[in-house]
Design a protein around this ligand. Structure first.
Ligand code: HGY
Ligand code: MN
Ligand code: MN
Ligand code: MN
Length: 426
């Protein structure tokens, strides 16, 4: 069966991005298919029944048995579910997503051994779930799979989302054997989720020791219990100007959207820095047509804004939009804002979070509560089912980067904590 480190080693070459470094594992690409095959094989090796639902979510079922007979599918109602995602951001790290999936498989190993020894008698089935397009790196909306499952996005809107090559989510889903007409709120699948627990690599510095800030054993607890997910949203800002020739167009004759965009990026930092707790990022900027000797006709910028208060996110975006329009007008351009996706701050189910804290603290004394600045499928599911999260130390404190890291010992501590938390809930 293998440790979580060995499980992750098996996919260490899948989706490597030679140009950016790290991994680029977008949904429904060849890398994603390889990861799904890896997961399906590992789940089958554990006797888990793997199914893909209408929204493309993988469910690996550890059903209840009466003697040697598997109980009917109706016994899956109200099951305990754990899992995460396998897709990545462009040039992402090895742990964001896969650590939660591999830890869930390793935790099932521990629990199956406890059941065989008679130490564990389960009252409900358990499933390991893998949600597609959590990063939203291909179709622009984060947690697309869990949002469809929970009815948190209009399926018609989701199906019309396009990737950078213009492929619609509907066409790509169809090419992967899904039926777009069946996508959306799935009461049957949701009815099977009694509680959901996601283990995830910590993506900031909360568990690492700043003075170390790097590989190696850090003092203090290696596992934290999630308390909330920061509200966040994504907007696409389009700045249009006058495309032209870089050599024949005098400087005073230009309406250059790239010049406007540069000032807008600076305005984003200035405005967000003045709001305590706010985070705003322009991580992606695309000039069109993008020629070295061409003044761009248009520049698209993608804005990621987060804050514990949803009203503050909305206010910050409104002010950014106003600023962008002023800057664009000054440069003879125009700016337009389109929302991609947003979800409010999520506080986890207190009862479940308390029970997770209780069991994690047995395994990891002093495990703190952690308000994560990163979005997660658990943040979406928390609106429809009792949900909790566990976080495992990332000593570099860096994520969405090849520098993201988890020490082997901490990864094992994460599996121990997850197995204990799940056992308490089974
Ligand atoms: O963007 C996020 O916070 C998450 O990693 N999808
Ligand atoms: Mn991520
Ligand atoms: Mn993630
Ligand atoms: Mn290391």
């Amino acid at each position: 069966m293998g440790t979580v480190t060995q499980l992750l080693a098996a996919i260490a070459d899948t989706g490597r991005d030679r140009r950016r470094g790290g991994y680029s594992r977008a949904a429904y690409t060849s890398a994603d298919r390889e990861l799904r095959e890896w997961f399906t094989a590992e789940a089958a090796a554990r006797g888990l029944a793997v199914e893909t639902d209408a929204n493309g979510i993988l469910w690996a079922w550890w059903d209840l048995y009466d003697g040697g007979t598997r109980r009917p599918e109706s016994s899956r109602r109200g099951a305990l579910v754990t899992g995460s995602h396998l897709d990545s951001v462009p040039g992402g790290g090895a742990f964001d997503g896969p650590l939660g999936v591999a830890s869930a498989l390793a935790a099932v190993d521990r629990l199956r051994a406890r059941e065989v020894s008679g130490a564990l008698v389960r009252n409900r089935a358990l499933a390991v779930a893998v949600f597609p397009e959590e990063e939203g790196s291909r179709f622009g909306v984060a947690c697309l799979g869990s949002r469809l499952l929970a009815g948190a996005i209009d399926p018609a809107r989701a199906l019309n989302l396009r990737d950078a090559d213009g492929n619609t989510f509907a066409d790509v889903s169809r090419a992967h054997g899904l039926d777009p007409d069946r996508m959306g709120l799935d009461e049957t699948a949701l009815g099977r989720v009694g509680d959901f627990v996601e283990l995830h690599v910590e993506q900031g510095r909360a568990l690492g020791s700043p003075e170390f800030a790097g590989h190696g054993e850090h003092p203090g607890p290696a596992v934290a219990v999630g308390s909330s997910v920061l509200g966040h949203g994504r907007w696409r800002l389009t700045v249009t100007g006058q495309g032209n020739h870089a050599g024949t167009t005098l400087m005073e004759d230009r309406a250059d959207p790239m010049v406007a965009a540069a000032q807008i990026v600076l305005a984003v930092r200035k405005l967000a820095a003045a709001v305590p707790g706010a985070r705003a990022t322009v991580g992606r900027l695309e000039p069109v047509p993008g020629g070295t000797n061409v003044i761009a006709s248009r520049v698209d910028l993608w804005l990621d804004v987060r804050h514990p208060e949803d009203a503050t996110v909305a206010d910050l975006v409104e002010r950014l939009h106003g600023q962008a329009q002023k800057i664009a007008a000054f440069e003879g351009c125009a700016a337009r804002l389109l929302e991609e996706s947003s979800s409010g701050t999520v506080h986890f189910d207190a009862a479940l979070a308390r029970s997770l804290e209780h069991s994690v603290r047995r395994t990891v004394p002093g495990a703190p509560a952690l308000a994560t600045g990163a979005g997660h499928d658990a943040g979406v599911l928390a609106s429809v089912v009792p949900t909790g999260m566990l976080f495992v130390r990332n000593p570099t404190g860096i994520s969405h980067s090849p520098e993201e890291h988890v020490e082997d010992g901490d990864a094992e501590a994460g599996v121990d904590a997850l197995a204990d938390a799940l056992e308490d809930l089974l």
